[in-house]
Write a protein that binds this ligand. Structure first.
Ligand SMILES: Nc1ncnc2c1ncn2[C@@H]1O[C@H](COP(=O)(O)OP(=O)(O)OP(=O)(O)O)[C@@H](O)[C@H]1O
Ligand SMILES: [Mg+2]
Length: 342
């Protein structure tokens, strides 16, 4: 049944042999990229990812573009028992829908016009005993979804043009920035497949809700791109905390690149160093984030009262010293000015 289905689709496609549809994201080739952040939101996503890594459940990563779904998929694989086995990625949005089946399951020689003479193994075979990352799963065609569902049920694949089935042991991680539940209600995504893929859902938080992480990540990119640390002015900090980041962390890193290109020598990052449209968006959008302003003010008040003494201040704030240090760094607060008053 499965092979007939595949052959039906395969007979009409032409494959460009040189096409590689795997994600070109360099992060995926570097297993050492850390997931940076200290906010409650990201720490709980990381903790869920870690727990999930230990079991073989299928994981669906959801979140806006640029939030770190690729990074999390790699993280889960690297923390799983499969870490020494292949991690194979396929970008479902980048593959023409007629080719998805041959990409996933491979084909035998002469299976269709343009097929390699020797035939080719598919991503499932390549990922055997490891992890298969189905990126942008929300963009897979309904036909592709049906075939994928069958493989998940049968745990075996059949190459296009072959009658032989092979057992595969693959852990599936998928990712999407679409609302798949809604898509399944609209009939654009198979509901049965949705529940198969979504055994565990990890929702990656948008950057705009990650508060102090914005500054931590900004400093991280500054160090990486400029090759040194740079102070941030109060006003620049406000721009960072009040911008909306529709492109999330990818956009934040691009902002740092733009600052670097135009102001490589600066000693302090000031508001006017930001791209014009970012400054304009923060002016239009909203006033300073009231929650963050309040928290910062509260910390400064307590530091003032305790003359910059961290132990006393953290007790008064009801947080531990480490957390207080983190917040001081994130808010770019100078403790020295409180100590001088002592
Ligand atoms: N927490 C993080 N710490 C450090 N870098 C991060 C973090 N999250 C994401 N990045 C970086 O931001 C960029 C975008 O991340 P990634 O490609 O994982 O996002 P995505 O959610 O898969 O986006 P898309 O939906 O567009 O595919 C990458 O360069 C990644 O290394
Ligand atoms: Mg991605």
């Amino acid at each position: 049944m499965l092979s007939r289905e595949i052959i039906t689709h395969g007979s009409i496609v032409t494959l460009n042999k040189s096409t590689n549809y795997s994600s070109a994201n360099p992060t995926l080739n570097d297993p050492c990229v850390p997931i940076i952040g200290n906010s409650k939101e990201i720490l709980s996503a990381i903790s869920l990812a870690k727990k999930t890594a230990r079991v073989d459940f299928n994981v669906l990563l959801t979140g806006e573009t640029g939030t770190g779904k690729d990074l999390f998929s790699r993280y889960i694989h690297n923390h799983s028992n499969r870490k020494n086995q292949p991690f194979v990625t396929i970008n479902c949005a980048a593959i023409p829908k007629e080719l998805i089946i041959s990409e996933l399951f491979g084909y035998e020689e002469g299976a269709f016009t343009g097929a390699s003479r020797k035939g080719k193994s598919g991503k499932f075979e390549a990922a055997h005993s490891g992890t298969l990352f189905l990126d942008e799963i929300g963009d897979m065609s309904l036909e592709g979804q049906l075939t994928l569902l069958r493989v998940l049920e049968d745990k075996q694949i059949t190459r296009l043009g072959s009658n032989l089935s092979k057992k595969v042991d693959v852990r599936i991680i998928s990712a999407t920035n679409k609302d798949l539940k809604k898509e399944s209600e609209l009939g654009n995504f198979r509901q049965d497949l949705y529940y198969r893929l979504n055994e565990i859902n990890i929702s990656i938080p948008s950057l705009r809700w990650r508060g102090e992480d914005i500054i931590i990540l900004f400093n991280h990119f500054v160090e990486k791109i400029f090759g040194r640390r740079i102070l941030i002015s109060e006003e620049a900090r406000d721009v960072l905390l009040n911008y909306n980041y529709p492109g999330n962390i990818r956009e934040l890193s691009n902002i740092v690149k733009r600052i670097f290109i135009n102001h490589e020598e600066i000693v302090m990052i000031k508001k006017h160093h930001f791209p014009k449209e970012i400054i304009e968006a923060t002016l239009e959008k909203r006033p300073a984030n009231p929650f963050l302003c309040m928290q910062r003010k509260q910390i400064e008040d307590i530091l003032h009262r305790c003359h910059g003494n961290i132990s006393e201040s953290s007790k008064m704030l009801g947080i531990n010293r480490r957390t207080l240090y983190r917040k001081i760094t994130a808010y770019n607060i100078s403790i020295e000015k409180f100590r001088k008053r002592a």
